[in-house]
Design a protein around this ligand. Structure first.
Ligand code: SAH
Length: 391
């Protein structure tokens, strides 16, 4: 079926298979998909007219039937530690944030998958913003496209090359709640005709939507990070309300299945935010080591990053060190995340973008079956009234 002018597809939304179908639909050969992807993702070109190997007739046809639409870059912030944060304006007036974190041997891009988030984790500032909508695959991919473009521009100014070697879905939103769009974006990230990233260098981070972890296992082959944050249900229920629906034992089982399926998947990364006096005791560390004994794991301790209105505090460094030592003594692999870009509010859990919250809780429950059984949190709740967006 020929797409009509009113519903011009945005070709950034389509992976190679989707593009092949699109070309077939407009009466063209499917191999045009890889030619187009070469222009868009390798050359950074998004003007059909400049795609010289497509032929004049086809270029005109593309302009008529499709578009290559990117969100608008609104603000770039540069941290003194080299971290970059970009605010991208999405259709509908909302904005999401994307962060680039340079390190000695790699460059990690942290991308968003939703405008806001439905999950309501008590220590996360994105949760304070409410939820507006899922991003399209194109809007997810656009963050990588833009980041590469901006880094290349900066390199031309400074002579210092910065490349994106890793992409993590650790920005705003829950990628597995936006499954189809997130996995289509992954397919473009991994495709040699797309961004050509290695599957070990693309990480989906989830708060633990168990059935979607199983679906992910069957759909794609990327690294999995799980936001655990607590070693038992009583505590995790307080921090990650989704735990009431998918408790730790079920979550760990899903992760075991994830690893069992493919030999290339070697470990699960567990994110554990260090909250002073909440989840950082010696006993918590011992319990954590115990529940992960039989799962090949990397534990990533994340010092809590405060935001306006939060009641939580970051664990002192000595406490974090002691917590790590207990885990290491029990044979765990542990890293402590260095806080980067906090002078521009680009650190974990500080990404807020601009979210026009359309999700009164009742509507949210209707639309997002996954989270429907989560009850509002009473204890340890951050004071929403005091929380002010600081994007
Ligand atoms: N929804 C997904 C993707 C977000 S990832 C998930 O939950 O995994 C963002 C990571 O930063 C998560 O591990 C999250 O729990 C953590 N985080 C959120 N708020 C934080 C804060 N204020 N300080 C430190 N880490 C935080």
């Amino acid at each position: 079926m020929m797409p009509t002018a009113a519903s011009k597809p945005n070709l950034f939304d389509l992976d190679r298979a989707g593009l092949a179908r699109f070309f077939t639909d407009i009466g063209e050969k499917p191999y045009r998909a890889t030619q187009l992807m070469g222009w868009v993702y390798h050359e950074g070109v998004r003007d059909f007219e400049a795609m010289t190997n497509l032929g004049k007739g086809l270029r005109a046809k593309l302009a008529e039937h499709a578009e290559l639409q990117l969100p608008e870059m609104q603000v770039e912030q540069r941290s003194k530690d080299g971290t970059r944060k970009w605010l991208l304006k999405m259709a509908g007036g909302n904005a999401v944030e994307t962060v680039f974190i340079p390190e000695a041997k790699r460059g990690t891009l942290c991308i968003s998958s939703q405008v806001g988030c439905t999950l309501d984790c008590t220590f996360c500032s994105t949760a304070q913003q409410g939820f507006n909508r899922n991003l399209t695959a194109g809007e997810i991919v656009a963050q990588v496209w833009y980041a590469r473009h901006m880094l290349a521009k900066e390199a031309a100014e400074t002579g210092r090359e910065r490349i994106i070697t890793n992409v993590v879905f650790m920005g705003m939103g829950e990628p597995l709640s936006n499954f189809d769009q997130a996995t289509t974006a992954v397919s473009i990230l991994l495709d040699d005709f797309g961004f050509g990233l290695s599957k070990r260098r693309v990480t989906i981070s989830t708060s633990g939507i168990v059935p979607r972890i199983d679906e992910l296992r069957e759909t794609t082959d990327v690294a999995l990070a799980v936001s655990l944050h607590a070693p038992n249900d009583a505590l995790r229920d307080q921090l990650v309300p989704l735990n009431k629906k998918y408790p730790i034992a079920e979550l760990l089982d899903a992760c075991r299945r994830y690893l069992a399926d493919k030999s290339q998947r070697t470990t699960i990364t567990w994110e554990y935010v260090m909250l002073d006096g909440v989840n950082d005791s010696d006993a918590n560390a011992r319990e954590l080591a115990k529940i992960l004994t039989d799962i090949p794991s990397k534990i990533n301790l994340i010092p809590f990053n405060p935001f306006p209105g939060t009641a939580f505090k970051r664990s002192p460094n000595a406490r974090i060190q002691r917590f790590a030592d207990i885990l290491v003594a029990r044979g765990c692999m542990v890293t402590t995340r260095r806080t980067r870009g906090d002078d521009i509010d680009a650190a974990c859990g500080q990404l807020v973008g601009r979210v026009d919250d359309r999700s009164r809780r009742a509507q949210r429950m209707e639309k997002h079956r996954e989270e429907a059984t989560i009850m509002p949190l009473k204890k340890m709740r951050v004071n929403r009234a005091q929380a002010t967006p600081h994007a």
